[in-house]
Design a protein around this ligand. Structure first.
Ligand code: NAD
Ligand code: G3P
Length: 353
């Protein structure tokens, strides 16, 4: 078996942090992986220089992960199709609103035996019209006709890039077949991977924790303390388990105890961008777009968009009333509900009845 070529599609905060890991693991296992890792970069000019050229000369993503050196075998490529040519493993790591457009550019260019793994936390808009759910992994699979696994976990990119110890979960439907190689690609001393088969649950935990993090940001902005945030986390977890069970009956409860579940909820509700942006939204009275622009320097908080997408799909089938926390997050983001009303929503939550 010849060594697998790997492409990272995305070079934001998480894409760059994961490039540091994958650049090193591919070098460590030359029998399994081609050591050159191509990274698709959505080109932009930063301080008068092309970002891709800075990455290829100074090996630093000065906009999205400043101060951290990328391995030299990670090569920035600005042509998406060229970045994927001949690759056997595609790592998708872009804000979820860009996935469909990128995949459509790759149609007909990706052999059927290519594997993908999505690190994207979000849901597709593709299910909304029919009131159903479409996962990002399903969107990629549908467009490119390839197998897609997922990797989610309590992984704030700056801490991962700092090599601080953490865990992550790979969800892989063909666990026996694909799990070992994918684990090899990501598993390090400080980034510990567990592989599970229940990929839907892994992916939905990753998407929905961003919605819960918005609620945590709202309560922080309102000046409530850690007890309130713990209630947000607990009720958010209850809604997440119920949501997963509704769309994928028979999911494995144990998956919620993996890094993708409770651990990611905790880290995101304390240290994430969604929390930060939503806290500032309440404190400043500015719009979410304004605070995102001011605080994140081009990075993206996926929670408000995911809350809207989840709300629209639930609304179609009248499910929204059963998920008051998810619904409240959307309504607050959309200006249909005051942030202070969130506490009433928590107070009257069905979990207390
Ligand atoms: N940052 C984290 O700590 C973290 C950790 C785990 C998972 N994630 C998830 O990973 C995914 C990617 O997040 P990120 O932090 O790497 O991204 P980011 O928030 O840093 O987003 C910026 C990226 O979007 C790209 N972009 C902007 N406009 C684009 C366009 N029109 N087409 C294509 N790309 C465009 C930019 O070039 C940049 O690479 C998200 O789903 C996120 O939830 C992030
Ligand atoms: O900064 P956030 O809120 O996008 O969260 C980042 C990661 O998903 C945490 O695991």
């Amino acid at each position: 078996m010849s060594p697998k070529k790997v492409t990272i599609i995305g070079s934001g905060n998480w894409g760059s942090a994961i490039a540091r890991i994958v650049g090193n693991t591919t070098k460590s296992f030359p029998d399994q992986f081609d050591p050159q890792v191509r990274m698709y970069v959505y080109e932009e000019i930063v301080n008068g220089e092309k970002l891709s050229e800075v990455i290829n000369t100074r090996h630093e993503n000065i906009k999205y992960l400043p101060g951290k050196i990328l391995p030299e075998n990670v090569v920035a490529v600005t042509d998406l199709v060229k970045s994927c040519e001949g690759s056997n493993i595609l790592i998708f790591v872009v804000p979820h609103q860009f996935v469909k457009g990128l995949c459509e550019k790759l149609v007909g260019k990706i052999p059927a035996d290519t594997q993908a793994i999505s690190l994207i936390k979000g849901v597709s808009t593709g299910g909304i019209e029919r009131g159903g759910l479409k996962l990002i992994s399903e969107e990629i699979k549908e467009i490119l006709k390839i197998e897609v696994s997922v990797l989610m976990g309590a992984n704030l990119a700056p801490e991962v890039a700092n090599d601080n110890f953490c865990e992550a979960t790979i969800g892989c439907k063909r666990k026996a077949e694909d799990g070992p190689l994918l684990k090899k690609l990501f598993h390090t001393d400080n980034f510990r991977i567990n592989v599970v088969e229940d990929a839907h649950t892994v992916e939905l935990c990753g998407a929905l924790k961003n919605v819960v993090a918005c609620a945590a940001g709202f309560t922080d902005g309102l000046g409530y303390g850690d007890n309130t945030k713990a209630a947000v986390i607990r009720l958010g977890l209850m809604e997440t388990t119920k949501f997963v069970e509704h769309y994928y009956p028979g999911s494995n409860l144990e998956t919620f105890f993996e890094s993708c579940g409770i651990a990611d909820l905790i880290t995101t509700c304390y240290g994430g961008r969604n929390r930060k942006v939503c806290e500032a939204f309440v404190k400043t009275g500015k719009t979410l777009a304004e605070v995102e622009k001011e605080l994140l320097n081009g990075q993206s908080a996926q929670g408000p968009l995911t809350a809207e997408e989840v709300y629209l799909m639930m609304k179609k089938t009248g499910l929204d009333a059963k998920f008051p926390l998810f619904t409240a997050v959307h309504k607050i983001c959309a200006g249909e509900m005051k942030p202070a009303e969130l506490v009433d929503c928590l107070r009257n939550h069905p979990e207390h009845m």
